[in-house]
Design a protein around this ligand. Sequence first.
Ligand SMILES: NC(=O)c1ccc[n+]([C@@H]2O[C@H](COP(=O)([O-])OP(=O)(O)OC[C@H]3O[C@@H](n4cnc5c(N)ncnc54)[C@H](O)[C@@H]3O)[C@@H](O)[C@H]2O)c1
Length: 255
Amino acid sequence: MVTAHGERRVAIVTGGAQGIGLAAARRLARDGFSVAVFDIERTALSRVQQELLNAGVPALGVQVNVCDPGAVADGVSRVEAELGRPFVLVNCAGVLVVRPTLELALEEWRRVIDTNLTGYFICAQAVGRSLAATGLGGRIVNVASVHSESPSAGLAAYDASKGGIWMLTKSLALEFAPMGITVNAVGPGLIVNTALAGPANDEYLAGTVPQIPLGRAGEPEDVAGPISFLCSDDARYVTGVMLYVDGGMLLTAHT
Ligand SMILES: NC(=O)c1ccc[n+]([C@@H]2O[C@H](COP(=O)([O-])OP(=O)(O)OC[C@H]3O[C@@H](n4cnc5c(N)ncnc54)[C@H](O)[C@@H]3O)[C@@H](O)[C@H]2O)c1
């Protein structure tokens, strides 16, 4: 997004090397942001940085584990030094473990909660400090899930992390509002062609797509537009909301 003074605003997208985060990074770049991507996947990171630079977009890929507060703080400092102070944080880095609770290892539980929930907190705190220092407001968008509201057997850690993200979003929205920082969530449904969801598999889709009123699984690009909207000036009076991007899936959810 370009300011009234013709400057590109700066967005940080975590988990932006692949999947929904990558689609969001590309979309924000197209919508006029300079884009920094935080991810652990070094090769995919340099690919996205090069792609954005080739398109003439000021961009930076930083290898950051969102669970590591020191690495996140260093990453934010690099963004400030090389692209300018951020205006937007999209928290998207996430992992999924599918296993019945009675067989779930404590390390697996911790990995999901650390990445999906604590990682979002760590990044929101670090970027929140940077945003607060500018006094110019900002935008935080947390990528949650239909699992913030609707559980599935075998997803206890993931469901708990995504439910936690929704409450974290509302809590931060309340706390950051006096600084002009909006905090919202998007809740994707079934989004295929990402590493987390796996490539679209005919058998899996055949079982799931009938539960989606719009009649198809989503693509990462279906989520990128709503994320960009929540980062835009048009969303300046929107805070503390969850925007589900699920083709109506939650309308048919039952537990
Ligand atoms: N795909 C879906 O159906 C779906 C549905 C709802 C919500 N989501 C959520 O969307 C987000 C993105 O999912 P996706 O499907 O695009 O997955 P993905 O696996 O394609 O992308 C996730 C990215 O996060 C990165 N990442 C993982 N752990 C990290 C860490 N500790 N530090 C930094 N980066 C890390 C990965 O390297 C990867 O690039 C996740 O939060 C996921 O829970 C996905």
